[in-house]
Design a protein around this ligand. Structure first.
Ligand code: SAM
Length: 219
């Protein structure tokens, strides 16, 4: 998709900022950011802020994630061509689109719990005619066993602990990335091995909206 002129320099500035801050180091993730301009995934009321490094409101008190967080998560997930990916929390569909670019001949299954957001994401993604994205309306805290096992699982909402069904649905040698914690979270990257689950990376001071559903936040 050809990006409109008025957004091109804003996107370039954002990318330079993310590179300087070391939130963006991978050329494939940079290409994905350029192929899927963020302004195509937000509400028209927020267009002026499309290329700020900030989360922005979408609907149902949810947000499109901050660009620096999306680039960091996309890089940590280390997606390879042809993989089978599960995303919990489609939101606007922006992270989904970036994953679809990284996975190439593979597929991204993305689950959203709010019907209004599932529709919003579908509408945003339809503009790009992607044939490797499967958006599902449902509770992602129980996963999507039908298409498991997954090479990569990404949770884009805060969990108190990783839902066990998601660990079950992760393939051996697969990676799972999630923000874990209550009011502030650590971004945690886990690997499933034949000897058990091991932590690969952990970085504190993130803030995500809570994961809802059966294995999500209890009120
Ligand atoms: N990465 C998304 C983007 O780029 O727009 C933003 C995701 S937003 C921070 C978190 C999303 O997770 C929200 O859309 C929320 O409705 C969704 N969510 C929360 N709990 C969920 C669950 N149990 N299953 C599926 N989606 C869930």
């Amino acid at each position: 998709m050809q990006i409109e002129k008025k957004y091109q320099s804003l996107l370039d500035d954002l990318i330079n900022f993310l590179k300087n801050m070391k939130y963006l180091t991978d050329n494939n993730v940079e290409s994905a950011f350029r192929n899927f301009p963020r302004h195509e995934f937000i509400l028209s009321s927020e267009l002026d802020r499309a290329y700020y490094n900030e989360p922005l409101p979408i609907m149902k008190n949810q947000t499109i994630s901050q660009p620096g967080v999306v680039s960091r998560m996309s890089e940590w997930l280390d997606v390879k061509d042809g993989q089978n990916i599960l995303e919990i929390g489609t939101g606007s569909g922006w992270q989904t689109a970036i994953l679809s670019c990284l996975v190439g001949t593979g597929i991204v299954h993305s689950i959203e719990i709010h019907p209004k957001l599932e529709k919003f994401a579908r509408k945003n993604l339809e503009k790009f005619c992607l044939d490797n994205v499967n958006v599902i309306l449902g509770d992602g805290s129980v996963g999507y066993p039908k298409a498991s096992p997954y090479d990569r699982i990404i949770i884009t909402a805060a969990c108190m602990e990783i839902p066990l069904p998601l660990l079950d649905q992760l393939a051996y040698d697969g990676l799972l990335l999630a923000p874990v914690g209550d009011t502030s979270q650590s971004l945690v990257l886990l690997k499933k091995t034949s000897k058990g689950i091991i932590e690969i990376k952990n970085e504190s001071n993130y803030v995500f909206v809570p994961l809802l559903g059966k294995f999500g936040k209890k009120n």
